[in-house]
Design a protein around this ligand. Structure first.
Ligand code: NAP
Length: 289
């Protein structure tokens, strides 16, 4: 029987991921809190529903790509939430970045209702989401993950089974810690080069030509050249994730000197305009210091 897919959360990432699911020929229903964001997908052939509960009724597999734990809780438990619909026997795949403890708690609570929950956050930003080349970090029962691999591979190029429920979320935090360190390192290198009177384009060329060349720096090159930071991975999401990283370090006894510094830079209390820009805009904090 063909699986009916439901997708909730049509933000920067969700729009592109849902579009790729459609392109792979799956029957797709979508819901977004701000209804207007569903129109492009409606035009591409998706069924648009008015509530998460209706989406549960219309789907066998339900994918969530939401801001964080409050949003997932609201979609699961809110008025007209998913759990008010017909979810028994179905699979919920939460691809949002959330604390591992939340993923574990939701998986246990939903298992009690006959629902399988997989945590499957992604490594990769707007461009890999559009290209369908995300790396999917999955936690939960391996047979349930492997059963959804063809669907997941419509959005990504690789599915990595990380272990039990919550381990996908843990893996995502470790990766985002490294991402933050790399971005801050690049921002500091560009900043030092500028203050030393070097041409930024020459520095970027030197980095791209040597052993430090990587996709991340390539994706952000133009932002450093133009000093414009349109959001691909918004600063506010990195600030949210650094809070999760610090909490996870505390829970697990991990010593993260750079992580602690980064949490101060990528802070949810940053200037409101900065929070909406791409996280590469961390460089503006160096310029202002
Ligand atoms: P985004 O553009 O801010 O979209 C967030 C989505 O969550 C929107 O659809 C929003 O609905 C929905 N939402 C928020 N609060 C809600 C609530 N209370 N009830 C219902 N829906 C709610 O975020 P994004 O960049 O796509 O990121 C989504 C997730 O992926 C986040 O966990 C992020 O950390 C992670 N991630 C992002 C990137 C990236 O590069 N952007 C990369 C990897 C992972 P509205 O449209 O109504 O606001």
């Amino acid at each position: 029987m063909t699986q009916r897919i439901g997708f909730i959360g049509l933000g920067i990432m969700g729009q592109a991921m849902a579009a790729n699911i459609l392109k792979h020929g799956h029957a797709l229903s979508v819901y977004n809190r701000t209804a207007g964001k569903a129109e492009t997908l409606r035009a591409a052939g998706a069924q648009v529903v008015d509530t998460p509960a209706q989406l549960a009724d219309a789907s066998d597999i339900i994918i969530l790509m939401l801001t964080g734990q409050e949003a997932v809780d609201a979609v699961l438990h809110g008025e007209d939430g998913l759990l008010h619909g017909n979810c028994a026997g179905k699979t919920v795949i939460n691809m949002s970045t959330v604390p591992p403890a939340c993923s574990k708690d939701w998986a246990a609570a939903l298992a009690g209702k006959g629902i399988t929950m997989i945590d499957a956050p992604v490594s990769g930003s707007k461009v890999p989401a559009e290209q369908g080349t995300l790396v999917i970090l999955a936690g939960g029962p391996e047979d349930a993950i492997r059963a959804q691999e063809p669907l997941l591979l419509s959005m990504g190029r690789k599915v990595i089974c990380c272990g039990e429920s919550g381990s996908g979320s843990s893996m995502k935090l470790a990766i985002n810690l490294l991402l933050g360190i790399m971005m801050e390192g690049m921002a500091e290198a560009v900043h030092l080069a500028e203050r030393s009177g070097l041409n930024v384009e020459t520095l970027l060329d030197a980095v791209a030509s040597g052993p430090l060349a990587c996709t991340l720096f390539q994706l952000k090159e133009n932002m450093f050249k133009t000093k414009a930071y349109p959001p691909q991975f918004p600063f506010k999401h990195m600030a949210k994730d650094m809070q999760f990283v610090i909490a996870a370090a505390r829970e697990n006894g991990a010593h993260l000197p750079l992580g602690n510094e980064l949490a101060g830079l990528f802070s949810p209390d940053a200037d409101a305009a900065l929070l909406e820009q791409d996280f590469a805009a961390v460089k503006t904090l160096l310029e202002q210091a």
